[in-house]
Design a binder for this molecule. Structure first.
Ligand code: 13P
Length: 259
């Protein structure tokens, strides 16, 4: 199978709309010579940035996603944002179940599942984030946790829609300023587990579902991760928030990635 490298960043609650536009404009300029049949580049900014973000760079260069979404089309859900509202912004991807949503905001696998199904129903690509906590890792139940997050999170997804499912493996203990990056060997092993669960759920076609690694990716560890067969791309936080740094990271890993 021909693999395309996936490189994306989640801007979390950092850049304002103006800052996002400046970041995207620079990233587009810096990466415009890179063949987009070999690279899927995506950025997930704040909801308030999405509309101006979409206007400043073409979709063919940088795909855009929302960091969260409610599953209902509308209703008495003050402070929530519905699929119809995100659709209007031109975003194509919905990030679902990021570790900070699960562990800071208390979202459950059942809620992530409703969001996945709503995202697919509205024609979005659903980027489901999964990952075990430090305690689960120490209890040696990481594989079970990943399997459960996939089986609940993707419950009811039809095979015809799996081309719009992406998975990010982001171990909770590896993310953010206090995180320790997973070793390439550990990440590769867990990506193998994820791929085998997906295969059991959806059959051979599950091989088309990209599984990205996230959690303290940086220029020191990115090359070791991307050469691994089961790692289809990188989902980066802090090391990608300056356009020149993200551009260098992309150019560092591209030649190492076996398509
Ligand atoms: P860091 O790369 O800053 O650890 O963040 C990763 C992440 O949460 C991507 O979604």
């Amino acid at each position: 199978m021909n693999r395309t490298l996936f490189m994306g960043t989640n801007l979390k609650m950092y850049k304002t709309s103006n800052e996002t536009v400046a970041f995207l404009t620079e990233l587009h300029e810096l990466t415009r010579d890179i063949d987009r049949t070999r690279l899927t580049l995506f950025v997930i900014p704040s909801h308030t940035s999405l509309e101006s973000a979409r206007k400043c760079v073409p979709q063919s260069s940088i795909r855009l996603g929302a960091q969260n979404m409610h599953w209902e089309d509308e209703g008495q859900f003050t402070g929530e944002i519905s699929p119809r509202m995100i659709k209007e912004t031109g975003a194509e991807i919905i990030e679902i179940g990021h570790s900070e949503r699960r562990h800071v905001m208390g979202e459950t696998d059942e809620q992530e599942n409703k969001k996945v199904l709503a995202a697919l129903r509205h024609g979005f690509t659903a980027l489901l984030c999964i990952g075990e906590t430090k305690e689960q890792k120490e209890l040696n139940i990481s594989d079970e946790v990943l399997s459960m997050q996939l089986k609940i999170g993707l419950n009811g997804v039809q095979r015809k829609d799996i081309h719009r499912i992406w998975i990010a493996y982001e171990p909770v203990w590896a993310i953010g300023v206090n995180g320790t990056p997973a070793s390439a060997e550990y990440a590769e092993e867990k990506h193998g587990v994820i791929k085998s669960v997906l295969k059991k759920m959806f059959g051979d076609e599950a091989a088309q579902i990209p599984v990205l690694y996230g959690g303290s990716v940086n220029p020191q560890n990115a090359s070791g991760l991307i050469i691994k067969r089961n790692i289809d791309g990188l989902f980066v936080g802090r090391s990608a928030w300056q356009a020149p740094a993200f551009n260098s990271l992309i150019r560092q890993v591209m030649p190492l990635f076996k398509s």
